[in-house]
Design a binder for this molecule. Sequence first.
Ligand SMILES: Nc1ncnc2c1ncn2[C@@H]1O[C@H](COP(=O)(O)OP(=O)(O)OP(=O)(O)O)[C@@H](O)[C@H]1O
Length: 307
Amino acid sequence: MIEVTELTKRFRGAAAVDGLSFTVRPGRVTGFLGPNGAGKSTTLRLLLGLNRPTSGSATIEGRLFAGRPRGLRHVGALLDAHDVHGGRTARAHLTALALSNGLPRSRVPAVLEEVGLASAAGRRIGGFSLGMRQRLGIAGALLGDPPVLLFDEPVNGLDPEGVRWARGLFGRLAAEGRTVLVSSHLMSEMEHTAEELVVIGRGRLIAAEALATFASRATRQRVRVRSPQARQLAGLLAKEDGAGVVPPPASDPEAIEVTGLPAARIGDLAAHHRIPVHELSGRGSSLEDAFMELVADSVEYAAKDPR
Ligand SMILES: Nc1ncnc2c1ncn2[C@@H]1O[C@H](COP(=O)(O)OP(=O)(O)OP(=O)(O)O)[C@@H](O)[C@H]1O
């Protein structure tokens, strides 16, 4: 279990993490989401004791992680896939990590196999693609068979097959009862990976809930209706409980957009009043749209609308 409590980190006065509190439980993959610069990497570094908090605390299994001997047995982390010695082979890199953490050498071929790098074990890391480096970073995180795993943007650079593999791996690690926290700035990466979400923006907590709860709260079903009697139908629909109706615009006098009513109810009402309907189509707003809406105020470098 990971517990972050009133965590704040300032760099030269500017808060990268600002009074952040959340809990990550074992057994489910938790997505750690936020736009660029939201403070995800800083939070992970604070959890690992690589930075000291200005105030508040970040604990893993109830303890501060910093200074734990044989750390890889407790927590596995992939922070930056480039943070490796390019002149070493994958095998030498992992062997050095294993030995410095008191782990048996036999873990090295096991994790190389697990991440699909067995055939590249003897190659120098300097020649690895970003995707291969990510796999190597994941191998390093798995080396100590730890109960807690932290991955910072792990699918960056992986091809579609690699992304699918990584999703399967994270799910399996969580199903084994581990605590798995995976950061990303894209909801589309998380919606097939995570069951729980922690969303931050400008260092502050925006949401912490199950992905399913977020999805049902944040995505609204809209129904598009076309009818030669659109104005009349819009008037009828607007009287329905909970309905939101956008009447036909001048540019398209037959089109109505409805929220809060299922397509079947709209069709039944139109039939009852003998109003012909030429189109009735439901469309959900995507989770990515909902996420963008949620973090809109905390996006640091958003492109401005042209004026
Ligand atoms: N060592 C540092 N010194 C000064 N400022 C820093 C340092 N590390 C991070 N920051 C600042 O803290 C803020 C949060 O950065 P952080 O890398 O944690 O965000 P992030 O959510 O991981 O973003 P990204 O998705 O772009 O990696 C940014 O404004 C960043 O410039």
